[in-house]
Design a protein around this ligand. Structure first.
Ligand SMILES: [Zn+2]
Length: 239
């Protein structure tokens, strides 16, 4: 069983999420996308955890700026896509699409999702029904198309749509409020999106992350996942 602890980083500006994962059988831990070191070190001290790994979804600074300091502090190893070998600071473990990564008894499958960047990956823990999506997928939105093409992004979305509906996903930023209007517009104020937003609002007011939501909820409410085909996806991106 995987224990997942959410750590808010760069609050008020970029609202990044780092995640502290612990395989409860072995006690081995990892940090996903540390955008800064301090909040991660604080939480690890509170919980008396020494992460053995840093798992990156992609090379952007707001996902990797904590890498080098945490690597030194915890003597952790850093894992990311082989295509990011020269762009992820301190990377040790190079992974490719379809590879598996063992965090103790918890197994992640690496899913390559080009689009936001070339070399972006998802960390998919199938048995634990947990998916770490970095800047590929946010609540009700997707990441900007910085390095890939529309076709590559659509192919990546199809990979997410093929994953089981009961998977919980953990995005790299808290952008739910910003994405609400667009999702309401594209869904014609559907009851599903309205309920999604009510749940998010209640959680955010308590200082909690809006999610995690299931991929099943996201496929219904996220205007990019629900586009249906590449032409409609391109049209929605254009809006
Ligand atoms: Zn990014």
């Amino acid at each position: 069983m995987l224990k997942i602890d959410t750590i808010l980083c760069r609050p008020g500006t970029m609202n990044n999420y780092a995640y502290l994962l612990t395989d409860q059988t072995s006690g081995i831990s990892a940090v996903v996308d540390p955008s800064e070191p301090e909040p991660v070190i604080c939480r690890c001290r509170e919980l008396n955890i020494t992460p053995a790994y840093i798992l990156n979804t992609h090379h952007h600074f707001d996902h990797t700026d904590g890498n080098l300091e945490l690597k030194k502090y915890f003597k952790a190893q850093i894992a990311g896509h082989a295509k990011d070998a020269r762009r992820i600071p301190g990377i040790d473990i190079l992974l490719n699409d379809g590879d598996t990564f063992a965090l103790g008894d918890s197994q992640a499958r690496i899913i390559s999702v080009d689009g936001h960047t070339i070399g972006h990956i998802l960390w998919y823990f199938a048995k634990d029904k947990a998916l770490f999506t970095g800047d590929m997928l946010f609540n009700l939105c997707i990441g900007g198309l910085f390095e890939g093409t529309i076709s590559q992004m659509w192919e990546s979305i199809c990979k997410i749509n093929a994953l089981p509906d009961d998977t919980l996903f953990y995005p790299g930023h808290e952008y739910t409020r910003h994405s609400a209007r667009e999702a309401l517009l594209f869904s014609n104020h559907s009851p599903e999106v309205t309920a999604y937003l009510e749940h998010a609002r209640a959680r955010l007011e308590q200082g909690l992350p809006a999610g995690p939501y299931t991929l099943g909820e996201e496929k219904k409410c996220n205007p990019y996942l629900s586009a249906g085909n590449e032409a409609e996806f391109a049209r929605r991106l254009g809006c």
